[in-house]
Design a protein around this ligand. Structure first.
Ligand SMILES: Nc1ncnc2c1ncn2[C@@H]1O[C@H](COP(=O)(O)OP(=O)(O)OP(=O)(O)O)[C@@H](O)[C@H]1O
Ligand SMILES: [Mg+2]
Length: 264
C-alpha cells in the first residue's frame, strides 16, 4: 500500500542563496530578487513560506525545483546539490495545469510515461487515485472536475513520482473557502501518509498555522528571511482554539510591524 510505504523524505538545505534578474525598466542592470536566503527543512517537515507579493517565494521554489540556478549560494536535497530538475522534487502550482485532452488516469500517469517508467509503476496509479479520492473519476476529463478535484489530480501527479521534497506554490489559492479547508485536510492526510518534506507557499496565515510545523516569513523584495515561527500546536489543529487565535494575532501583528500587512 502506498500509505504504508517507507519514509522517503529528504532534508532540504538552502545556504546563502542570492538571485537577481534583469531589471524590467533597464535590462542592462540586474535587480536582486533573493538576498541571501538560508533555510533548512528536516526530512518530513512541513514548512510554510509567507511574504509579500514579489518577495521571491516562487523564485525560491523554482531554484529548489532546479528550473533556474542561483547567482550564488547552495541548494541541497539530502547530501546532493541541486543542479537541475528531478522527479524527486515535485512542484504543484496554483493552477493545476492538467492536460485537457487526457483523462484523470492519463494525467496522473503522464510523468511516469515521460520518464519511460509507466510499465513497472502502473499498479500504483490506482493506489494514488484512491489516495486522493478520485478512483471513480479515472476516465473523466479535466473539464468534468471541480477546482478541488483538479487540484487533487495535480497532487497525485506530483506524488506518484515519490518526491523526496514536495514544493507547493499557493496550491489552494484559487479555491473557495470551504473547498480550501477540505483540501488543507487532504494535503495533511497525504503528508501524514507519505511523510514527504513539504514547502508550502501561502498568503493565508490561517492555512500556514493550520498546516505547518514552522512558518517562515520573508521581507519585501529583495527577499530575505525576516523570521521563523515554530507552530507547537497539537494536530489535528482547531482553528478556533485560544492557542490558534493567539498565534494568529501574534503573526498578524508581526507582519503589520514588518510593514507587510497590506501587501500580503
Ligand atoms: N524570469 C524572471 N525575469 C525577470 N524578473 C523576474 C523573473 N522571475 C521573477 N522575477 C522578479 O523577481 C521578483 C520575485 O518574483 P516572484 O514571482 O518570485 O515573487 P513571489 O513572492 O512569488 O510573488 P507572488 O506572491 O505575487 O507570487 C519579482 O520582482 C519579479 O518581477
Ligand atoms: Mg509567486
Amino acid at each position: 500500500m502506498v500509505a504504508e510505504s517507507a519514509m522517503e523524505a529528504s532534508s532540504l538545505r538552502i545556504r546563502e542563496v542570492r538571485k537577481s534578474f534583469p531589471a524590467p525598466d533597464d535590462p542592462a542592470t540586474r535587480r536582486l530578487a533573493l538576498d541571501g536566503i538560508s533555510l533548512s527543512l528536516a526530512a518530513g517537515e512541513l514548512v510554510s513560506l509567507v511574504g509579500p507579493s514579489g518577495c521571491g517565494k516562487s523564485t525560491l521554489l523554482r531554484l529548489i525545483a532546479g528550473l533556474d540556478s542561483p547567482d550564488s549560494g547552495e541548494l541541497m536535497v539530502g547530501a546532493e546539490s541541486i543542479v537541475g530538475p528531478n522527479a524527486e522534487r515535485g512542484l504543484v502550482f496554483q493552477d493545476p495545469n492538467l492536460f485537457p485532452w487526457l483523462t484523470v488516469r492519463r494525467n496522473i500517469e503522464a510523468g511516469l510515461a515521460a520518464r519511460h517508467v509507466l510499465h513497472e509503476n502502473r499498479h500504483e496509479v490506482d493506489e494514488f487515485m484512491r489516495l486522493v479520492g478520485l478512483e471513480s473519476f479515472a476516465d473523466a476529463y479535466p473539464h468534468h472536475l471541480s477546482g478541488g478535484m483538479a487540484q487533487r489530480v495535480a497532487l497525485a501527479r506530483a506524488l506518484i513520482n515519490h518526491p523526496k521534497v514536495l514544493l507547493l506554490d499557493e496550491p489552494l489559492g484559487a479555491l473557495d473557502a470551504f473547498t480550501r479547508m477540505r483540501m488543507q485536510d487532504e494535503v495533511l492526510r497525504l503528508w501524514q501518509a507519505r511523510r514527504t518534506t513539504m514547502l508550502l507557499v501561502t498568503h493565508d496565515i490561517d492555512e500556514a498555522i493550520y498546516m505547518s510545523d514552522r512558518i517562515v516569513i520573508m521581507t519585501q523584495r529583495p527577499g530575505r528571511i525576516e523570521r521563523t515561527i515554530p507552530v507547537a500546536l497539537r494536530r489535528p489543529r482547531d482553528r478556533s482554539s485560544a492557542d490558534f487565535l493567539q498565534l494568529r494575532g501574534e503573526i498578524l501583528e508581526l507582519l503589520h510591524f514588518a510593514g507587510n500587512a497590506v501587501a500580503i
